[in-house]
Design a protein around this ligand. Structure first.
Ligand code: GSH
Length: 218
């Protein structure tokens, strides 16, 4: 039995989109962020109490990057990995990890804008600083995407599900007007049926309630 533990609009969207891209069968277990994930039962799957966690037969694995590597290595017929020996292998690995470089700024901004509900809990300094650092990571993608549809010249791969989710979240905090390649990349990913299926269905609990979160005016 293959089972993915997920929270809508969280980083586990990467693993969900990838499972759909690969056409693998799985059971989806959706966790609410309104209840603690750090429970004795769930920590057996993900010791820090985070999503995603994937159960596949005897294996339980957490961390989106690790799940991506696991899936493309175990099911190479998908063609979504770039195995060792492939000319793009190290680039593929690099972007896989860069998804989390973007993701760390996204997580801090999500904490400040969404999770910490009262103004006094938030730090405008951290919010501005992290927005600037997030924008710099998007500028890296802007350059890398010049003249190509996806991050690798050979075309779509699993890293686009990882980086793609980071861009999906990042644009709630950084406007993409000055980043046409990133904006087109994001729009392109949103046309993919797998990515669409990985987004919250009507009525599901959402992490983001606004399309864009403005910086505090202080
Ligand atoms: N680097 C990890 C991050 C996982 C993570 O922190 N997930 C967040 C959602 S984006 C989570 O589960 N948060 C729940 C919590 O901290 O209680 C990954 O990519 O899997």
């Amino acid at each position: 039995m293959r089972r993915l533990h997920h929270g809508w609009e969280s980083r586990s969207t990467r693993s969900l989109a990838l499972l759909y891209e690969m056409g693998l069968e799985f059971e989806l277990v959706v966790h609410s962020f309104l209840k603690p994930l750090y429970t004795e039962a769930y920590r057996k799957l993900s010791p820090a109490g985070r999503v995603p966690a994937l159960e596949d037969g005897d294996l339980t694995i957490f961390e989106t990057g690790a799940i991506t590597e696991y899936l493309v290595t175990t099911y190479p017929q998908s063609g979504l990995g770039r195995p060792i020996g492939d000319a793009e292998h190290w680039q593929w690995v690099q972007w896989l990890h860069f998804a989390e470089t973007i993701g760390q700024h996204l997580a801090t901004l999500t904490q400040h804008h969404v999770v910490l509900r009262k103004d006094w809990m938030r730090s405008p300094t951290v919010m501005k600083y992290e927005t600037m650092r997030l924008a710099r990571t998007l500028a890296v993608l802007e350059e890398a995407l010049e003249g190509q549809d996806y991050l690798l010249a050979s075309g779509f791969s699993a890293i686009d599900t990882n980086v793609g989710y980071s861009v999906y979240g990042a644009q709630r905090f950084v406007r993409l007007d000055a980043l046409p390649n990133v904006a087109a990349y994001s729009a392109r990913l949103l046309t993919r049926p797998a990515f669409q299926k990985a987004l919250p269905p009507e009525g599901a609990e959402r992490l983001y309630l606004k399309d864009f979160y403005e910086l505090p005016d202080v």
